[in-house]
Ligand binder design. Structure first.
Ligand code: ADP
Length: 450
């Protein structure tokens, strides 16, 4: 029952009590009854008008709109019809706009979530308003940084000062920074002002972070490579030029002249070897060297190379032992390139082993690997140098390596070739006792399962 019906009922009860107690004349009761009847008729007339026009539905729809609920259809008749139409159109337009905005928002969120570059949006007071997953990864932070100060986020004073400058000037800028948390990183940072603040000032700054650590590392490697090569080429060239100038000035003694010419020849050969090795290494590292994929018996390949090397070792007074398995060891690969690996290891074993010492080559099997171990009784390698001997131009004893014609590229070339065959090479050594280089190559599949 609505409030007004309750009111009328209550008034009637009170009047009836007064009437029954005799304090009111019957005309009062009649007048009251007429009044209540009139009110009832008036109310039902309004209700029917509302129902007829659908105005109540319109009001309900407007309330729903306010609550962001689906409003369904609104149909008004007669003089209310234009109002109904206007509300319907406004509602339709608003719903459409909301849908568009929602769509735009989810598009932007998808783009931000999948960007490789980090994106951070700062307010005019340098508080983090937004950061995408890439930015979280680059800076090693999480969602909790929303609302934090810029400096807490990147911990880099020059970057913070750049942010201040962009906020003050409204002009974007780019800078490169090195961050140390979490881990060392080189970042290219693009700062752009966000328009719309007071008095033409930016309302914030958008930061785009690009991780350029890899590019910078490659550039550094390239610079170091050029410096290393220049240095390596300079030594024999200086020597050649020196002797040639002396010869040009005239050397009376024929024997001395022959000796000088001999040095020029040795240095020129060294240069040629260096260039060959450099070319090989750069092709191996660039992955442009093509390898045959023949099915080989590793034992036979090793026997072949060791056979060619034996006279050289014996001539230098070293004994070369070869231990081969009874069974063939099938591996897929390039016999010439694998032969080059073994040759380089044998040359080293020979170079760094005093006359009278021994070199042992063992071919075998270790789980899924076919192995070749080259062991010598040579000078050995200090433990702290072992991790670096596969680096380009790294030599434990520069003088000794150069004197014996080394280029400092034999081991990096060997490692490159072995790795291109899906294998690994490692070294063990004891100073004064000798060294052992072990090459592992994947056994051909049938052999592995057998
Ligand atoms: P290099 O032309 O100087 O021999 P490598 O790349 O072949 O260059 O070897 C790098 C360095 O590793 C050598 O200069 C040497 O110091 C050390 N080394 C390699 N093999 C042996 C070995 N069998 N015994 C001792 N030292 C070795």
């Amino acid at each position: 029952m609505s409030w007004w019906l309750g009111g009328v009922f209550y008034a009637l009860v009170v009047l009836a009590v007064f009437f029954l107690s005799g304090s009111l004349p019957p005309s009062y009761l009649l007048a009251t009854l007429a009044l209540a009847g009139g009110a009832l008729i008036f109310r039902s007339a309004i209700d029917s008008q509302f129902k007829k026009t659908g105005l109540s539905a319109t009001l309900e729809a407007l309330e729903k709109m306010g609550r962001d609920e689906d409003i369904g259809g609104i149909y008004l008749e007669g003089e209310w019809a234009p109002l109904g139409e206007a509300v319907r159109r406004t509602a339709g337009f608003t719903v459409e706009r909301l849908r568009d905005l929602q769509e735009e928002k989810s598009k932007l969120e998808t783009i931000l979530a999948h960007m490789v570059d980090g994106v951070v949006l700062f307010s005019a007071r340098k508080r983090v308003l937004l950061l995408n997953p890439a930015a979280e990864g680059i800076l090693g932070v999480g969602r909790e940084m929303i609302g934090a100060r810029g400096l807490e986020l990147y911990r880099h004073l020059p970057l913070d000062e750049a942010l201040d400058r962009v906020l003050a000037s409204g002009v974007g800028t780019t800078l490169e920074v090195r961050l140390y948390h979490p881990g060392e990183k080189d970042l290219q940072v693009f700062l752009s002002p966000v328009r719309g603040g007071d008095e033409g000032k930016p309302s914030g700054v958008l930061l785009v972070l690009r991780d350029v650590s890899q590019e910078r590392a490659v550039e550094k490697m390239r610079r170091e490579f050029v410096a290393d090569v220049t240095h390596e080429l300079q030594t024999p060239l200086t020597s050649i030029l020196g002797y040639v100038e002396t010869l040009q000035e005239g050397v009376e003694d024929a024997a001395t002249r022959e000796r000088f010419l001999g040095v020029v020849q040795v240095e020129a050969k060294r240069l040629s070897r260096l260039l060959d090795d450099l070319l090989d290494l750069s092709r191996i590292q660039a992955g442009v060297l093509s390898y045959r994929q023949d099915l080989l018996d590793l034992g036979a390949t090793v026997r072949d190379v060791a056979g060619r090397f034996r006279p050289r070792a014996e001539q230098d007074g070293r004994c070369l032992e070869l231990h081969l398995p009874d069974e063939p060891l099938p591996v897929r690969g390039d016999a010439d390139r694998l032969g080059q690996v073994l040759w380089n290891l044998l040359v080293n074993a020979d170079k760094y082993t005093p006359a009278g010492g021994g070199i042992r080559v063992r071919v075998g099997k270790d789980g899924p690997w076919a192995t070749v171990a080259v062991e010598d009784d040579g000078v050995g390698i200090p433990a702290e140098e072992l991790p670096r001997i596969f680096d380009r131009f790294y030599r434990v004893d520069k003088g000794r390596s150069r004197q014996s014609g080394g280029t400092g590229l034999g081991l990096p070339i060997a490692r490159g070739i072995v790795e291109a065959h899906g294998g690994r090479v490692e070294a063990r050594s004891k100073v004064g006792k000798g060294s052992e280089f072990i090459v592992r190559l994947p056994l051909h599949k049938e052999e592995q399962s057998g």
